[in-house]
Design a binder for this molecule. Structure first.
Ligand SMILES: Cc1cc2nc3c(=O)[nH]c(=O)nc-3n(C[C@H](O)[C@H](O)[C@H](O)COP(=O)(O)OP(=O)(O)OC[C@H]3O[C@@H](n4cnc5c(N)ncnc54)[C@H](O)[C@@H]3O)c2cc1C
Length: 412
């Protein structure tokens, strides 16, 4: 049997899988439609690349939102500690930040990209850029190669589809993998955005466009008024609504239509309502003759003040010494729970992760091989698995790629 393997997609999963398979003696070719591989990896973690999460396999599985059980074997075969060891052994010092998020000490995603690319090349992998796979060819239920858009053909006894999801299509991952898998009879769970900004009903969000909030608490409640997400962190107002780390995380808890949820922001999570009231009273006493609209500078970001003043219902020109206790109570409630009404998600193109993908029912969780076609494998985001933010999604790419590589070339 030929020892040729073709990996479709030179992203995190594809490059890692290719390097490992080549080290085991396979003749490996990676096809990528872009001029350079791993374009998405370059923009991960805002250019810093949150490469994994420094946690146990059990904790990792807790953070996988879709089909965690499918990943049990993969994450035990290649755990976050293995990812860290892989990069550190290749001269990339790593650091662990809040939430056990792991980044290169340099804060440069390009270091991770260069290391993965060098690993693949030094292991003997041939990377063929600007080459878009159009179909996987099969005979008698087994793969025989890959046919590309430009009519090039690559023979192979094994093919790995590592084409990523459908988000940020300019990076190359535009859902091609779903089409390739479907052509071969695989079921594909419809994709939907996950870790995605949220469009809100409140027109005042646009007024605060560009305002970034730190150390606020975002609360998400479902239609039954049950808190489904509550976290302290950072978020951002935009022309359409809200974005930033807290919002992206909250979006992945919104499994029902977005408009059935309610959100609120606690601008002063360190203060209980009584403490906040006392603080406001103190501020008011220090500026007795000021108008209410000019009295909140020490309490709130400048861009937010006109909005809060309006929502409080207190006339802007009220002298602070005549603001009533009842009015103050309303102001406190507003600052502790600024209400937001989600309407919809931003489109999948703007999502960090694609939820959905090739059904896990038709992939062996121990090898990542197709249960339908011999010699066909899947790795990374193309599979119907996705996780919360924190480096878990790249860990999925590495762990599934590891299993696929092992199975393409079983140890002698
Ligand atoms: C803005 C942003 C920030 C992110 N930050 C993080 C983070 O910090 N930590 C984290 O864990 N996750 C992060 N993610 C998610 C993470 O980037 C993905 O989960 C991960 O890249 C998936 O790896 P992959 O190899 O499966 O797919 P990709 O990295 O998307 O790679 C797929 C590759 O396949 C190629 N390809 C596609 N179709 C074809 C075809 N037909 N022929 C040839 N080649 C093809 C593409 O060009 C691409 O190079 C982020 C995502 C985004 C969009």
């Amino acid at each position: 049997m030929s020892n040729k393997a073709v990996i479709i997609g030179g992203g995190a999963a594809g490059l890692f899988c290719a390097g490992l398979a080549a080290q085991r003696g396979l003749d490996v070719t990676v096809l990528d439609k872009n001029a350079k591989p791993a374009r998405k990896l370059l923009i991960t973690g805002k250019g810093r690349c949150n490469v994994t999460n420094n946690c146990t396999p059990e904790d990792f599985l807790q953070n996988v939102r879709t089909n965690p059980r499918f990943l049990y074997s993969a994450i035990h075969a290649f755990a976050p500690a293995d990812t860290m060891r892989f990069f550190e052994e290749r001269g990339v010092p790593l650091k662990t930040e809040r939430g056990s998020r792991v980044f290169p000490v340099s804060d440069k995603a390009v270091e991770i990209v260069d290391t993965l690319t060098a690993f693949a090349k030094q292991s003997g992998v041939k990377i063929v850029p600007k080459t878009r796979a159009a179909a996987v060819s099969c005979e008698n239920g087994a793969v025989t190669g890959v046919v590309c858009e430009d009519r090039q053909k690559f023979d192979a006894a094994a093919v790995v589809i590592a084409t990523g999801g459908a988000s940020y299509p300019l990076t190359g991952s535009n859902g091609d993998g779903y089409r390739l898998a479907a052509q071969l009879g695989h079921s594909v769970i419809p994709s939907r955005p996950s870790l995605v900004p949220v469009v809100t009903a409140e027109p005042w969000c646009a007024e605060m466009m560009g305002l970034s909030l730190k150390n606020v608490t975002l609360t998400l409640k479902n239609a039954n008024n049950k808190v489904v997400y509550q976290e302290l962190g950072e978020m951002l107002f935009t022309h359409f609504g809200i974005s930033g780390p807290l919002v992206l995380s909250a979006s992945s808890y919104m499994t029902e239509p977005p408009q059935t949820y309610r959100m609120s922001i606690d601008m002063k999570p360190a203060l209980e309502p009584d403490q906040l009231d006392a603080r406001i009273l103190r501020d008011f006493e220090e500026q007795k003759n000021k108008d209410f609209a000019n009295s909140l500078d020490a309490l709130l970001p400048r861009k937010m003040i006109p909005v809060v003043v309006r929502l409080s219902g207190i006339p802007a020109d009220t002298k602070v010494n005549s603001v009533t206790r009842e009015q103050r109570r309303k102001l406190v409630s507003l600052i502790k729970a600024l209400p937001l009404t989600p309407i919809r998600f931003r489109p999948i193109e703007e999502a960090i992760i694609t939820s959905g993908g090739v059904s896990v029912k038709e992939i062996s969780p121990k090898t990542m091989e197709s249960k339908l076609i011999n010699g066909l494998f899947f790795a990374g985001e193309v599979i119907d698995v996705d996780a919360f933010t924190g480096g878990f999604n790249l860990q999925i790419a590495f762990a599934t790629a590891f299993l696929a590589a092992q199975s393409l070339c079983p140890e002698q």
